[in-house]
Design a protein around this ligand. Structure first.
Ligand SMILES: [Fe+2]
Ligand SMILES: [Fe+2]
Length: 144
């Protein structure tokens, strides 16, 4: 339940990133900037959904504070900083920097997402049980 919802959100972030990259490769800078902002906003919102609701609830229910959620929060911080560097590179027309940082960011993001999909979300689904539907609703209602 959580797994499906959050995995779909990972996929839609990926699409936005692909759009940004494709636009920049086609030298459509304005379009690339818009697509990248959409990617950044969607990804940061996704991290917020996890940190402010999903992980918090999981930590409260299990009492597991220093485990996988802590590692995921730490990786979010690294990803946020890479996304910010990409935003600056794009704004300053440093396109090769943008692609370079983008490559590292995407590798880290894909590994991060895989850990969540293969390990953490299934754990959260087992922990929440029937309350999973309510959690999905809460996440959907979070303002972007
Ligand atoms: Fe995450
Ligand atoms: Fe995630």
């Amino acid at each position: 339940m959580i797994l499906e919802f959050m995995r779909d959100d990972h996929r839609s972030c990926d699409h936005l990133y692909t759009d940004a990259e494709a636009a920049l490769l086609a030298k459509e800078v304005q379009k690339a900037q818009e697509a990248f902002e959409a990617f950044a906003q969607a990804t940061l919102h996704h991290f917020d959904m996890e940190e402010k609701e999903l992980f918090l609830t999981f930590e409260k229910r299990t009492g597991m504070m220093g485990g996988p959620t802590q590692m995921m929060r730490y990786e979010h911080q690294q990803l946020r900083s890479l996304i910010e560097s990409m935003r600056l590179a794009l704004r300053e027309n440093r396109h090769s920097d943008f692609f370079g940082i983008g490559e590292s960011m995407m590798i880290m993001l894909q590994q991060h997402n895989m850990k969540e999909e293969q390990m953490l979300y299934p754990m959260i689904d087992r922990t929440l049980g029937d309350d999973g539907a309510l959690m999905v609703q809460t996440l959907q209602d979070m303002a972007r």
